[in-house]
Design a protein around this ligand. Structure first.
Ligand SMILES: [Zn+2]
Length: 319
């Protein structure tokens, strides 16, 4: 058992936890997207409570996984038992933006981010409704707890073809302009598109004050580019994956004032629970990995990361 493990899954995530009411959120597939094997659908044990408050910088509560069906408040109550005091709920399309607005209205520990996900831009462009959808993002972003434009960017892994990448680039630029206009930070989705993401950022006349690479997947060389421009790297569970030495080397390389942590739940569950469902209560595992990788105490690194989070997104209430 890892030293950081607390042994128990929060009660809200046990299969016998049943809430009432209708729930038509999309459910994640029970087979693994890489191996095609049946995934284990039990939520993992919680980590040891973090000694300092932590915020999950990127989560998708509108995407269900496993056997449970939780309200945003139940999610955050479970998270708070390990000192995860806030989370940023990321809306990727109109339905998830509507879910997100309702969640923000119910749950003061949540903040929101909204954008059209890069992989959804192509279909909208083909329908001739991409600009309209980005206009709607602007409207959703007016909610007082909406603190970020994202996730936007480029995904060359799931979307193929030069002309589709051009559509993604167009949407990425429109979202960057929107973040500048609204004075909000930007969360970037960059999957196998590092060079073009950086080139796009550098092609803009103006960038938002805070630019965040969500689930940072670059290497140490790219980390030096982030250091140079003062762009943030939000680390997900992938920094804990056994073979991912590049991510850990990048984590060592980055200036500490540019580090953030996230789950990208329900995906990217930290080692040794890879493939199982993920949730905001899991984010301390990634913080512990970063502290170990950088040879810093969890207290020191955790409080720097909490300060970084509040610099980018505004205040969260610490316990
Ligand atoms: Zn995401």
């Amino acid at each position: 058992m890892p030293a950081s493990e607390h042994t128990q899954t929060p009660v809200q995530y046990l299969p016998q936890w049943v809430d009432s009411g209708h729930d038509d959120r999309p459910v994640r597939s029970s087979t693994d997207e890489y191996t095609g094997r049946q995934r284990k659908l039990e939520y993992p044990p919680a980590p040891q409570p973090s000694p300092v408050p932590v915020v999950d910088n990127h989560t998708h509560l509108d995407f269900r996984d496993g056997y449970v069906r939780l309200t945003p408040t139940e999610v955050m109550d479970a998270a708070e038992t390990v000192n995860v005091v806030g989370a940023i709920q990321v809306a990727t399309d109109r339905e998830s933006a509507q879910y997100t607005i309702a969640a923000l209205d119910q749950e003061p520990r949540l903040r929101g981010a909204v954008a059209i996900h890069p992989n959804d831009t192509v279909k909208l462009a083909q329908d001739g409704t991409l600009d309209e959808a980005i206009e709607q993002v602007k409207e959703f972003a007016q909610h007082p707890q909406m603190v970020c434009i994202g996730e936007t960017g480029l995904d060359y892994y799931r979307t193929e073809g030069e002309e589709n990448w051009e559509i993604q680039k167009y949407a990425f630029k429109r979202h960057i302009e929107l973040a500048v206009e609204l004075g909000l930070p930007l969360q970037i989705h960059d999957r196998e598109a590092h060079d073009d993401v950086i080139a796009t950022l550098l092609s803009m006349d103006k960038l938002p004050e805070h630019v965040v690479f969500h689930s940072y997947s670059g290497d140490a060389q790219m980390a030096s580019i982030l250091n140079e421009h003062g762009w943030y790297a939000s680390f997900s569970g992938i920094v804990t994956f056994k073979n991912n030495h590049d991510a850990r080397e990048a984590a060592r390389q980055l200036r500490q004032e540019l580090l953030l942590v996230e789950t990208d739940a329900p995906f990217l569950t930290p080692h040794p629970y890879r493939g199982r469902p993920n949730a905001p209560y899991m984010v301390p595992y990634t913080l512990y990995q970063l502290a170990q990788t950088r040879d810093q105490t969890v207290e020191d690194l955790g409080s720097v990361i909490f300060d970084n989070t509040q610099r980018v997104y505004g205040k969260f209430k610490a316990n």
